[in-house]
Design a protein around this ligand. Sequence first.
Ligand SMILES: NC(=O)c1ccc[n+]([C@@H]2O[C@H](COP(=O)([O-])OP(=O)(O)OC[C@H]3O[C@@H](n4cnc5c(N)ncnc54)[C@H](O)[C@@H]3O)[C@@H](O)[C@H]2O)c1
Ligand SMILES: [Zn+2]
Length: 362
Amino acid sequence: MPPTRIEVAAGAGAYPVIIGSATLATLPRLLDQTALGPRRIIVSSPVVWELHGHAVRRASTEAAPILVPDGERFKNSVTVSRVYEGLLEAGADRSIVVIAVGGGVIGDLVGFAAATYLRGVRLVHVPTTLLAQVDSAIGGKVGINHPLGKNLIGAFHPPRLVIADPSVLATLPRREFRAGLYEVVKYGVISSPALLEQVASSLPALFKRDEAILAQVVSESCRIKAEIVSGDERESGVRRVLNFGHTVAHALEAITKYRRFRHGEAVAYGMLAAMHLGVGRGITPAAARDRVAELIAKLGPLPPVADLSSKEVIGAIAHDKKIVEGTLHFIAATDIGTTTTLKDVTEKELKAAVRAIGVKKN
Ligand SMILES: NC(=O)c1ccc[n+]([C@@H]2O[C@H](COP(=O)([O-])OP(=O)(O)OC[C@H]3O[C@@H](n4cnc5c(N)ncnc54)[C@H](O)[C@@H]3O)[C@@H](O)[C@H]2O)c1
Ligand SMILES: [Zn+2]
């Protein structure tokens, strides 16, 4: 199958996302074609480099990659400084192209380093987790965590090129893979009944990491995200639909100190809560809620929530709203594939929705 190419519009210039098996091998040629040079340096993590360094090494002009630890707890200013040091030690000037090879943590962190080093150098994303391929590598948001909260320090720094090769997903731990699949389900619910049904009907092949089906699912997800962010680079309006399921997800992650859930797992709960809330209002058909619930159940077990208190969840939503959003824009599904934004969601409705997903009363 030939690779899929999707253009993403950005203020700084459109960039292509190239999806397909064996596209990593073509990276050096692609970089030459797009005149991305003359010096290119790879930044990755030891884990990802060990597994996939051989496939990308030739894209670099430098003797050695810069390796920094990944994982959420390293997504901070200390690790960014290590990237700066690596770039300075390599004598990187403003013409350097930084190639981020890894999951969403590496993408966000290295992207932030690229946005700020010498006031900004060019960036290429080679996402190696399903979540990074369908979500974090597209859209230009980069950043790091602050001890007081997630993703509070950041920038918009769109890449020049994104290469998503499904073959790298073969080595992804099953739980990480599933975490990415929930974001794919999200794209289905907000925009594509066909994608939702494709996931539902291909689970065995997906879990076997069948590259052809993965390429299709990743391409369709990227197409949806690209279309949405192209219309709203700085998240003033339409981009908010990508936050479907994320109001409750962020609250669940925060009250469990980011330790219990993989982000996608929290999103799975958040989507269920949003479907319940929509049904409660009479805007979401019960059949759509049940279809999503059935698929999420089929994707495997989620961490427990029965010990969490709905009061705490609501408190965290209110806190998040104060810091990040001002007013709560709650995305609800009017069916599978269509959404609406609710700006008048009450505490009572939120409480009922989180109770419906199994969170305890107080
Ligand atoms: N910028 C955005 O728009 C955006 C969107 C969504 C999420 N994010 C960010 O993405 C981050 C989460 O990304 P993630 O889920 O990819 O987590 P991650 O980057 O921590 O990767 C998960 C784990 O998988 C390992 N790994 C990566 N690729 C692998 C491979 N091919 N084989 C085996 N192991 C591999 C990593 O070493 C890591 O331990 C969060 O920090 C989140 O804030 C950003
Ligand atoms: Zn998400």
